[in-house]
Design a protein around this ligand. Structure first.
Ligand SMILES: Nc1ncnc2c1ncn2[C@@H]1O[C@H](COP(=O)(O)OP(=O)(O)OP(=O)(O)O)[C@@H](O)[C@H]1O
Length: 657
């Protein structure tokens, strides 16, 4: 992703429509709902910090009293009392600082946890369209880095900023108490500081956003490279990925350096101004003492207080930079919170009762949200109906919209026109939970989680008590149907952790576990997006036969990329440019549809090409790709039903010709 600044959202269209940035206070106020449980302790921490400041400001007053009183009067005992009081005030201040830390640490971590949890929950609820557009690294950096920054600000920056500002106001008020000339001089001397601060704030604000977006880009580089490590290695592109990473790291470094320079500059002003103010005030103070308008004690106290104000003034630059960084982080976090949840439960969900599995695409139109207006709809007024218990294969040229169509019944995307109906109900009228309990999906690219085989396969069966007899039965049946018996031979059997994304397994093994998962869910409607593409033909044929037997009552919509997958179907629908152009039994279509014949011949070519380049799934048993084994061909559902269902030879280009 190229960095987008200042409103870093990944899609160009979304950036253009990005809402205006809220002012600082409104931006930070969005944290209040998450900070509410922690507020009492945070306020307590702020009060204690204020008490520490008040105590520290009392020291100059005691000093003034000691100099003008006991020292002038020569009372040794009173001087000792004064020294004791200064010591006691120092102790009290240290105690208050300790208390502040103890009070705010735990609540800040609690806010951190709450925001993190809400952020993750939001990520889970946001539609697939959102995740298609946002790079993972950007989300990860917001989740980890930005939320961590908010925690640090709540536990330290916010309180110190408030307390130091208050200290400065009270301190300058006290300076006026001793002599208005000194107070005015001190205040005037700080004017360059405030001017430098305004310039710093706007400059640092821009840099802050840039660096945080660049950190997100960097995280995306790592995420993409780790994810695609096999491709990088296979193509020897590790060096290229490293170069790209180094360039991004260098950009981030550059921005961080500019930030550090800006911070260094403001630190300089914050350090120099109090010292310069003291020098000017010293001159004026001595002159006032000589004129008898100020006592020595008052002058001494003035400087003690001015010195005590050095840290609050000096720290402001750093605290403002923290504030700006935090505001940027809050903006970045709330860009995700503010992203619309477009696929949501209806206000009044219908309960469809028992589902028979009639699936109808009713003049369905669909286009992806980020498509340009001149691009045609991906699905364009498509009509298709699947009878309960029917298996329908969807075939079509690459890019015609098959995968897109499979995402619509489950509402991974919502149709942009028409409706998908399940047993006559528009799927948008049902709650997502109900809908997803009736429709299952298996993708060509199977995703497994870092969990055991058992947990992965039973992912959709929350209703089953883990380890119960029923759960075990469902698990074993699903593994049988998907021909995933290899799972029993893994080092810890079904308790074997399959590793991140199941990458410790072969592609075919992952596909079969993903298929077992959808079979175990026992939905009324099953949507299969070429889920057996990594299997050799014989294993695929056996799995297909088993699916047909077990899923006799299940409505199945299967995307077929090869003739052997068409064997699963009662009927075949031919898709072209987002529409169904022919639908019928395989044999009928062979006779009546030239498009189908042409398509099958290309599918046959692709099939052979794909299988010879892909190689056989190492986990599958059976014959070689080109010569089906005897046993396998006996198992074939197409045998004896050659009229209706294509066998390998029939569906290839040769058969069609
Ligand atoms: N997230 C997306 N945003 C924008 N356009 C997309 C998106 N996903 C797919 N498309 C476009 O939609 C069209 C249909 O894609 P789809 O994946 O549904 O085709 P397909 O028929 O399944 O192709 P294949 O057989 O190669 O898998 C393609 O032109 C594709 O570029």
């Amino acid at each position: 992703m190229t960095t987008q600044h200042p409103a870093s959202t990944p899609a160009g269209a979304e950036t253009a429509a990005a809402p205006p940035r809220p002012p600082m206070l409104r931006s930070l106020a969005r944290l209040v709902p998450y900070a509410r449980p922690a507020l009492p302790r945070l306020i307590g921490g702020a009060l204690v910090a204020l008490a520490a400041t008040v105590v520290s400001l009392m020291v100059p007053l005691v000093i003034q009293w000691v100099i003008d009183g006991p020292i002038s009067a020569g009372s040794r005992e009173a001087v000792l009392w004064g020294v004791g009081a200064v010591f006691a005030l120092g102790l009290l201040e240290a105690l208050f600082i300790f208390l502040r830390r103890a009070l705010v640490l735990a609540p800040a971590t609690e806010v951190d946890r709450l925001v993190r949890q809400a952020f993750f929950e939001r990520l889970l609820r946001l539609p697939v369209a959102f995740h298609d557009r946002w790079p993972g690294g950007q989300l990860l950096s917001r989740m980890m880095q930005d939320i961590g920054r908010v925690r640090r600000f709540l536990s330290f920056g916010l309180i110190m900023l408030l307390v130091n500002l208050l200290t400065i106001v009270i301190g300058i008020g006290l300076l006026f108490r001793w002599h208005w000339v000194l107070g005015t001089l001190f205040l005037v001397c700080t004017v360059p500081l405030w001017l430098a601060s305004v310039r710093f704030n706007s400059r640092f604000d821009t840099l802050s956003r840039l660096s945080q977006d660049q950190a997100g880009d960097l995280a995306t580089s790592v995420e993409e490279s780790v994810h695609g490590i096999r491709v990088l290695k296979a193509f020897g592109r590790g060096g290229h990925a490293l170069d790209a990473f180094a360039r991004r790291a260098e950009s981030l470094r550059g921005t961080e350096l500019r930030k550090a320079r800006a911070l260094g500059e403001i630190w300089f002003w914050h350090e120099i101004v109090p010292v310069a103010a003291q020098a000017v005030c010293l001159l004026a103070g001595v002159w006032l003492v000589v004129r008898g308008e100020l006592s020595v004690g008052e002058l001494f106290a003035f400087f003690t207080l001015a010195a005590a104000l050095s840290w609050p003034i000096g720290s402001l630059g750093f605290l403002f930079s923290m504030l700006i960084d935090t505001r940027t982080s809050v903006d970045r976090i709330f860009e995700v919170f503010g992203a619309p949840i477009t696929v949501r439960d209806p206000e009044h969900a219908v309960d469809p009762g028992r589902i028979t599995g009639r699936l109808r695409f009713d003049r369905v139109t669909f286009r992806y949200p980020d498509m340009r207006p001149e691009e045609p709809n991906v699905i364009d007024g498509l009509e298709l109906e699947l009878e309960p218990g029917e298996t329908l294969a969807l075939v079509g040229a690459t890019g015609c919209g098959k995968t897109t169509l499979t995402t619509l019944p489950l509402r991974l995307f919502d149709v942009t026109g028409g409706a998908v109906r399940l047993d006559g109900h528009d799927v948008r009228e049902m709650s997502l939970e109900t809908l997803r309990s009736h429709i299952g999906i298996a993708f060509e690219d199977p995703v497994l989680f870092s969990a055991s085989v058992r947990e992965n396969v039973l992912l959709g069966r929350e209703d089953l008590e883990p380890g119960s007899d029923k759960a075990e039965r469902v698990l074993r049946e699903a593994l049988d149907v998907a021909h995933a018996g290899f799972a029993y031979d893994l080092p810890r059997g079904l308790d074997t952790e399959v590793g991140e994304e199941g990458l410790s397994l072969s592609g075919g093994q992952r596909q079969r576990l993903a298929l077992a998962r959808v079979v175990a869910a026992q939905p009324a409607v099953l949507v299969l997006d070429d889920p057996l593409s990594a299997l050799d033909v014989d294993t695929e044929t056996r799995v297909t036969a088993e699916l047909r037997r077990v899923l006799a009552d299940t409505t199945v919509l299967v995307v077929a990329h090869r003739p052997s997958t068409v064997a699963l179907a009662d009927r075949v629908a031919v898709m072209s440019r987002g529409r169904i152009v022919a639908v019928g039994r395989h044999a009928d279509l062979l006779r009546t549809s030239a498009e189908y014949r042409a398509l099958l011949s290309t599918l046959g070519d692709e099939d052979r090409g794909a299988r010879s380049s892909r190689g056989r799934d190492p986990g599958s048993e059976g014959a070689s790709e080109d010569r089906p084994s005897e046993g396998a061909s006996e198992d074939r559902p197409s045998e004896g039903a050659s009229e209706d269902r294509p066998s390998e030879g029939q569906t290839g280009a040769g058969a069609v010709a």
